[in-house]
Ligand binder design. Structure first.
Ligand code: ADP
Ligand code: MG
Length: 307
């Protein structure tokens, strides 16, 4: 079953086009990643799906129906935390539960489960203003879960928080999915979508530039291979000279790490190692690595996901 269908969505702010003909289908049971650099149009797209913004043109369906009709099945975790400082954790979640129309026992059990799920049961009587950034992020998630939605959309839920809260959030995405909840996860962290998501759409300048499983996306640049090696004195090596070796298309040299991307069909390992040993540089470890989604993005756009 199709949970979200986005068809040729456009959103203009004045003469700036934030979403530029974006189309996407998300199936029930997926953890779907929206990956793109800051300003790509991820939040605008999500806000259009949730009905918080009106589209300039295009169409969104939820659960096969016009988006407005099915909003109660959706939980939304906004990029900017939307909580009341002076309310306790319990009161914040209760507020959202009431907004969704929950009352009585259903409301109380929804609050209990949401706080339990996000690991905040022990601090339910504490005010939000005493919480760390990571706890606020988790409370933001609890508020979106109180009405037991079938679909949850999280917009950059791990930006700027401690590793412990980050792990908690990443695990909770997996646990939600195991319960049968469809998750849409927006981020500019490539590592997160690579580990969490079964399918990924790479977004740039308001458009989907590629989508599929990680395997399908990296297959788009299947004509490349990436050689990594560690050396003691990388400064002896020249990016330009390495770049002149047959088949080499890109070279990155760090303090100790060297990465050489080449066309797959050219066998240049020997030539690269000969160059390195000629420079009297000692190689400590060496190997070919899988290309990452970062390389996919770089290849498709000529730019990096993050600066
Ligand atoms: P992302 O979430 O991928 O970082 P956004 O959807 O927030 O990207 O923004 C996409 C583009 O639209 C950016 O260039 C941003 O500056 C612009 N934008 C977003 N919201 C507004 C707004 N309310 N008014 C004007 N421009 C906006
Ligand atoms: Mg955003």
């Amino acid at each position: 079953m199709k949970v979200i269908e986005i068809d040729n969505l456009v959103k203009k702010f004045g003469d700036h086009t934030a979403v530029n003909g974006l189309s996407l289908t998300i199936e029930q049971g997926e953890v779907f990643g929206l990956l793109g650099p800051n300003g790509a149009g991820k939040s605008t797209t999500i806000n259009l799906v949730c009905g918080l913004l009106h589209a300039t043109s295009g169409d969104v369906k939820l659960f096969g129906k016009p988006a407005d009709a099915e909003k109660s099945k959706l939980g939304f975790v906004p990029q900017n935390i939307a909580l009341y400082d002076n309310f306790t954790a319990y009161e914040n979640v209760k507020f959202f539960g009431e907004l969704y129309g929950l009352r009585g026992k259903e409301l109380e059990s929804g609050i209990d489960e949401a706080l339990e799920f996000t690991g905040l049961s022990d601090v339910r009587r504490k005010k939000a203003k005493t919480f760390s950034g990571g706890m606020l992020r988790r409370l933001n998630i609890a508020a979106a879960l109180v009405h037991n939605p079938q679909l949850i959309i999280m917009d950059e839920p791990t930006v700027g928080i401690d590793p412990q809260s980050r792990n908690h959030i990443l695990k909770s995405v997996q646990r939600l999915n195991e319960k049968g909840v469809t998750v849409v996860y927006t981020t500019h962290y490539m590592e997160e979508v690579e580990t969490l998501c079964n399918r990924i759409a790479i977004i740039d300048q308001g458009k989907v530039i590629a989508s599929g499983t990680k395997k399908e996306l990296t297959a788009l640049i299947d004509d490349k291979k990436s050689l990594h090696f560690t050396v003691d004195n990388a400064f002896e090596l020249s990016k330009e000279e390495l770049g002149q070796i047959e088949g080499v298309i890109n070279v990155e040299i760090g303090d100790n790490e060297v990465q050489v991307e080449s066309l797959k069909e050219v066998d240049n390992l020997h030539a690269i190692m000969e160059y390195v040993s000629h420079k009297q540089v000692k190689v400590r470890d060496i190997g070919f690595r899988d290309v990452t989604l970062e390389t996919v993005f770089l290849t498709l756009t000529g730019r990096k996901l993050r600066d």
